[in-house]
Ligand binder design. Structure first.
Ligand code: MRU
Length: 335
């Protein structure tokens, strides 16, 4: 089976796997300008918090090569998607590197390489939480398609599978953009991991049948108290797991933790176009003129989360304390 690469860079050219076309077509697009990079993030050719941050970092490297003022490139990229803090983490790092006249290709590549290492560690720490024989629900796509490689929630699943644990993964479809149906199912099937696709609305019934032991998802931004913003629908998943007495875990690199905010209330939630809700596969499914709300993320309260797994370890149920402990093991390069 041919390996896929979510993103790869050679000086002057960023190549992205076009995620809007998956799973029907596996096509790659070459980008050479910061404007093309910004549009690819907005239209979700590339998506997933860590992948968005890494892509933006390469966008800054491309801006420098094409003579676009870096402040202008930075401002353009900051306007693409507001929720994933990894975007701002990567742009802040690139701005610091530019201020020191550092090599911007090398700095962006370092952000990429650190994400690969973080995903690997998250898998190692998280696998211990997955019992042999478990049925695991995941929401949206927190896989290799959302990061440089491996993923966050899917890195945990991959590591547990590689350790010989027998798992059944349930991927919910994740309306309205269907990242679960289109991307997570595709990624796991390519790896030969047992995956079953369910409609979002079936989760309550599966819990009633006791078919699900735990859930693990990614994150777009995590507040100091452990509140987590992730793909719309995550809050409903967490609430259902919590009320059925099943653990709900979050896996994310340290670049997803926003230590500047106290709670999830301070997280900006992206609202996207109405057409994502009123059409399905390009076909209109709702009456013309209907009023639509399309928030792309929601916030899950820390109280419903059993633990957060980062490359620095797993928190216990007291997420705020666990994150503070992890913050103090900082090697400065990580933040
Ligand atoms: O709108 P998307 O597809 O960018 O949203 C992605 C998610 O919500 C993921 O769960 C999150 O970014 C974590 S990815 C490791």
């Amino acid at each position: 089976m041919k390996e896929f690469r979510t993103l790869r860079y050679e000086p002057g050219k960023l190549t992205l796997l076009d995620q809007t076309k998956l799973p029907r077509e596996e096509t790659y697009v070459d980008l050479t300008t910061v404007e093309a990079v910004a549009r690819a993030i907005e239209t979700m050719v590339v998506r997933g918090a860590p992948a968005i941050g890494i892509t933006a970092a390469f966008g800054i490297a491309l801006a420098q090569r094409t003579g676009v003022p870096l402040a202008e490139a930075d401002a353009r990229l900051r306007r693409t998607r507001p929720t994933a803090v990894n975007l701002f983490y990567a742009l802040d790092r690139m701005a610091r590197a530019a201020a020191k006249n550092a090599d911007l290709d090398a700095e962006a590549q370092a952000i990429y390489d650190e994400d690969v290492a973080a995903s690997k560690k998250i898998g190692e720490y998280g696998a211990a939480l997955i019992p042999d024989g478990a049925s695991v629900l995941t929401h949206c796509n927190a896989g290799a398609l959302a990061t440089a490689e491996l993923g966050t929630a899917l890195s945990v699943i991959r590591a547990a599978h590689a350790a010989g644990k027998k798992l059944r993964v349930y991927a919910d479809e994740t309306r309205p953009m269907l990242q679960g149906a289109r991307l997570t199912a595709w990624e796991l099937m390519r790896d030969g991991i047992d995956v079953t696709l369910i409609p979002d609305v079936a989760l309550g019934h599966l819990l009633y049948e006791q078919a699900i032991d735990l859930a693990i998802v990614g994150a777009d931004r995590i507040a100091t108290n452990g509140d987590v913003a992730n793909k719309i629908g995550t809050r409903s998943v967490a609430c259902l797991l919590y009320t059925h007495g099943r653990p709900f875990y979050v896996a994310a690199p340290w670049s997803t933790i926003d230590r500047t905010i106290a709670t999830g209330r301070q997280i900006p939630i992206e609202e996207r176009a109405a057409e994502e809700v009123t059409t399905l596969g390009g076909v209109r499914i709702a009456p013309d003129g209907v009023r639509v709300r399309n928030p792309a993320f929601d916030v899950t309260p820390a109280a419903w989360i059993a633990g957060i797994i980062t490359e620095r370890g797993c928190t216990g149920k007291d997420l705020a304390r666990g994150l503070t402990e992890q913050a103090s093991n900082t090697d400065e390069s990580a933040r």
